[in-house]
Every structure is written in structure tokens, then in C-alpha cells.
Design a binder for this molecule. Structure first.
Ligand SMILES: Nc1ncnc2c1ncn2[C@@H]1O[C@H](COP(=O)(O)OP(=O)(O)OP(=O)(O)O)[C@@H](O)[C@H]1O
Length: 358
């Protein structure tokens, strides 16, 4: 079992922090997903973890030992880097075996481990092929097998499904979850895709600008986003996020104007409103009107994009709630001000926690 901890880890490039006082405990045998926007420091964190880069400050602990200054080969961590390159002239077998051969493993040892990795990823029948004879998904599986080959209890996967089509991603997501169980290992998985994060995470770590901004399970993050990135990440369709301003207990953001609690001081704010918090009709506290731009019927749910004075608002509701609005028609909508979330536009933190809604 491996317990992994990052303590106050910092890495700067030209004075700019890519990983910034990063603190995190990763539960042993969990599938932990690190999710953040592009350039939020995920890949740098992983490179620090596997030893390809040295931190400017802070420590990394694995299974109770400080591994910060250890050589990469001396860290028992399997790694699937973001951009995987297969050697075109080598067979699938040799591509997978390459890191072991490089480390001087015996032929028997290599055969045993490659067999295990290829059977875990169902590519045993492909071992004699070269990369040009593989489909995109088979190439990705080969790269995954190479990363999962190591006898390790921690595997680090850096956005391994990026660029694949939806169906393939969905299948590989399921396979990776099953794989973690088979290996009885800890998986730390980075993505900037919220669908992947929501589908796979037992534990979700939201990062922004090289720092952890929130950690928890999907339901906890959905109900209590403490940072604008958590709101953007958790939930489908994606929440409405608008730039606004607070003045005298009222926020104005694009076409929206509504009361907020006393904890929100006057000044610029970021306003969040989930699609499911908006209803057709004017039954709720704050009402408006707009023109229907797009209606998506997802079966049980309607997703409606409405242009409200030049600002797009997305709303969603159960199909049974109302007749589907007609494209290009004008609709009335409303929401409860208690559902409006307010964030600091500078650091993204939630501001309306102490709000009393009336
Ligand atoms: N070798 C480097 N030299 C200089 N800057 C770097 C280097 N590696 C990363 N950075 C910078 O560090 C920041 C974090 O980059 P990182 O690749 O970790 O982001 P990421 O979250 O993995 O993004 P993505 O989802 O796009 O892969 C970025 O601003 C990036 O430009």
C-alpha cells in the first residue's frame, strides 16, 4: 500500500510558480483525479512526483519515506506521461518492454511483466505488430501498458485519454477503473476534462494555478463548491459563470440582477448559477426573458440555451416539467436568489458562504 503526501511543494519557472505551496494527501488504493484547467500545474506536479524535475521547495512522501531527492528509477511509481511516443520501428512487445530492458531486467522478468500488462489491457494479440498497424485506441493501450508495467503500488496517469474520440474514452475510462482494482494500487490521474473527472474520481482534487482549491467527493463538491473551478467542473451541463459587480447587497452580472447576502462586499465579483437552478416561467424570486437559441433533448432532460440581452444562459430541467420551448421563441425564466453563488474574481474563492437568503 502506498500513502502519498505532498507537503508545501513549489516549483517555479522564471520566477512564476507552476506548482505553488501544493499540499495534498492521497488515500492509499484510491482513484484520485486531479482536475484543473490547462496550465494549472498538473503535469509539472507529476514530473516532480516521478523525479523528472526538482522542486524549489517542499517535500514528497511515499509510504512514509521522503522521496523528494531520490533518482527517478528508485521511486516505485508507474507513470503514463501526457504525450506518449511509441517507437515506430519496435513491435508492441518491445515498445512495452523498453523501460525494463533499459533498466537491465532479465528476459524472463520482462516476459512475465509484459504478459501481465498486455493481458490487463487486452492487447496480448497485438504484441507482434508495429505502431503503424494499430488503431488510435490500441496505441493508447500500448502506451498505458508501458506505464502500468512497473511493479508499483502507485500509478500516475497524466491526461492519458486526451484526443481520443468519445466512445473510446468512455471504454478506456471503465477499463482504467477496473484496472486499478485488479492492481490493488493507488491511481493518481490528471485531466482537464470534467466528464472524465466525474466519471472516474473516488476522490476529486480541484487545482488552480498550482494549488489545491478543493478536495472531496463529487457529491460534496457539487453541493458546496468553495471555488469557482469546482462549480465549473462538477455538474452537467456546465454552470453559468458571469462577470459581475456587487453594490449594496445586490449583484449585477450581465442581464442578471439579484440580492446577495451581507458577506459579499461591494466590488467586482464572479457570479455562478447552475442550469438546473433556472426554471421556465416566473414562479421564482428573480425573473427575466430571453430568446431560445438552442434546445437539446437528452431524453429525460431538456437543456435550453437562451440569449438574454446578448448573454447566453444555459438552463436544464426534467422533460416532464414543461413543454419543450420552441427555437427562436421568447421565454420567461426565473430563479431563486438563494441559488446564486458568488466568487472572488481574483482568487476564485466563494464569497457568499454566510449569505442569509430572504
Ligand atoms: N519546462 C518548463 N519551462 C517553463 N515553464 C513551464 C515548463 N513546464 C511547465 N511550465 C509552465 O508551468 C505551468 C503549468 O504547466 P503544466 O504543464 O503543469 O499544466 P497542466 O495543468 O498539465 O496543463 P495541461 O492540462 O494543458 O496539460 C504552465 O504555465 C506552463 O507553461
Amino acid at each position: 500500500m502506498s500513502s502519498l503526501a505532498f507537503r508545501d511543494l513549489t516549483k517555479r519557472y522564471k520566477g512564476q510558480p507552476a506548482v505553488d505551496h501544493f499540499d495534498l494527501d492521497v488515500e492509499p488504493r484510491s482513484f484520485t483525479v486531479l482536475c484543473g484547467p490547462p496550465k494549472s500545474g498538473k503535469s509539472v506536479l507529476f514530473r516532480l512526483l516521478v523525479g523528472l524535475e526538482k522542486p524549489d521547495a517542499g517535500r514528497i512522501m511515499l509510504a512514509g519515506e521522503d522521496i523528494t531527492d531520490r533518482a527517478p528509477a528508485a521511486r516505485a511509481i508507474g507513470y503514463v506521461p501526457q504525450s506518449f511516443a511509441l517507437y515506430p520501428h519496435l513491435t508492441v512487445y518491445d515498445n512495452i518492454a523498453y523501460p525494463l530492458a533499459l533498466a537491465g531486467a532479465s528476459r524472463d522478468e520482462i516476459a512475465r511483466r509484459v504478459d501481465r500488462a498486455t493481458s490487463l489491457l487486452s492487447i496480448g494479440h497485438l504484441v507482434k505488430k508495429t505502431p503503424d498497424q494499430l488503431s488510435g485506441g490500441e496505441k493508447q493501450r500500448t502506451a498505458l501498458a508501458r506505464g502500468l508495467l512497473k511493479d508499483a503500488s502507485l500509478f500516475v496517469l497524466d491526461d492519458p485519454l486526451v484526443g481520443l474520440d468519445y466512445k473510446l474514452r468512455e471504454r478506456l475510462m471503465d477499463e482504467l477503473k477496473a484496472l486499478r482494482q485488479d492492481l490493488k494500487a493507488t491511481f493518481l490521474y490528471a485531466t482537464s476534462d470534467s466528464l472524465e473527472a466525474l466519471t472516474m474520481a473516488q476522490s476529486l482534487v480541484v487545482i488552480d494555478r498550482g494549488r489545491v482549491v478543493q478536495q472531496g467527493d463529487v457529491i460534496g463538491l457539487y453541493h458546496a463548491p468553495r471555488h469557482v473551478r469546482s462549480l465549473e467542473l462538477v455538474g452537467f451541463p456546465k454552470a453559468n459563470v458571469l462577470a459581475g459587480v456587487a453594490a449594496g447587497g445586490v449583484v449585477t452580472a450581465g442581464p442578471l440582477r439579484c440580492p446577495v447576502g451581507a458577506s459579499v462586499r461591494d466590488g467586482p465579483v464572479t457570479v455562478g448559477l447552475r442550469p438546473e437552478a433556472i426554471r421556465l416561467g416566473s414562479s421564482r424570486g428573480v425573473a427575466g426573458k430571453g430568446r431560445v437559441r438552442l434546445v437539446e433533448n437528452l431524453g429525460g432532460e431538456l437543456v435550453v440555451y437562451v440569449d438574454v440581452s446578448g448573454t447566453d444562459l444555459v438552463m436544464s430541467f426534467p422533460v416532464t416539467d414543461a413543454a419543450a420551448p420552441v427555437f427562436d421563441s421568447t421565454v420567461a425564466f426565473s430563479f431563486d436568489p438563494a441559488d446564486v453563488l458568488v466568487f472572488d474574481p481574483g482568487d476564485g474563492r466563494r464569497l457568499d458562504k454566510a449569505t442569509t437568503h430572504g
